[in-house]
Design a protein around this ligand. Structure first.
Ligand code: C5P
Length: 196
């Protein structure tokens, strides 16, 4: 029997950390769907056509070590606005969600588009300033630039026509602005446990 946990939210809100912790706690598989768009973005930076790259995405593309780079993140949010790129990635994500033993998927459109029937939907957010500060603690760089990048990515992710970032009507909101990791993970696990 499949059991899907959909976790959406903006960059650096803590959804990846929460998704990994929920998966570990309940023994579910985990897919960071941002990696799919990052892998396509990385291929575009190398000159590939993004739609062809999305259609031909292979496991090795997801294992690249450069997918966390800032230029790849920017390219990811650009290719994520192309409907044919998104369409090419749907079947893989839905297949992953339905696997036996349970699955956690985190991204921007999991509860709204990919898995609208998910048993648990969480929308994890935090203020742009707190998210930029967390990103800066992890990656360093110019703090003002990191905040500008967060705002730019939010604008692209919420403003695109196809599958924009937004909370599903039936998603549970977890605001991590004033929550530490343990608090956020505990809140998420409690929601999952209540549905199992
Ligand atoms: O979450 P992450 O920062 O790795 O995502 C990179 C980019 O991929 C996001 O800015 C977003 O534009 C895109 N994305 C998406 N839909 C998803 C996951 C990521 O559009 N489900």
């Amino acid at each position: 029997m499949s059991f899907t946990v959909a976790i959406d939210g903006p960059a650096a809100a803590g959804k990846g950390t929460i998704a990994r912790a929920v998966a570990a706690r309940f023994g579910f598989a985990h897919l960071d769907t941002g990696l799919l768009y990052r892998a396509v973005g990385a291929r575009m930076l190398e000159g590939a056509d993004p739609v062809a790259a999305a259609r031909g995405l292979a496991p090795a593309d997801l294992a690249r070590s450069d997918l966390r780079a800032a230029d790849v993140a920017r390219a990811a949010s650009e290719v994520a606005a192309i409907p044919e790129v998104r369409a090419a990635l749907v079947a893989f994500q839905r297949g992953f969600a339905r696997q036996a033993g349970g699955a956690v998927l985190d991204g921007r459109d999991i509860g709204t588009v990919i898995c609208p029937e998910a048993e648990v939907k969480l929308y994890v957010t935090a203020s742009p300033e707190v998210r930029a500060h967390r990103r800066w603690l992890e990656e360093g760089g110019d703090a003002a630039q990191v905040l500008a990048d967060v705002h730019a990515r939010d604008a692209r992710d919420t403003g695109r026509e196809d599958a924009p970032l937004k909370a599903a009507g039936d998603a549970v909101l977890i605001d991590t602005t004033a929550l530490d990791i343990d608090g956020a993970v505990a809140a998420a696990c409690a929601h999952v446990a209540a549905r199992l």
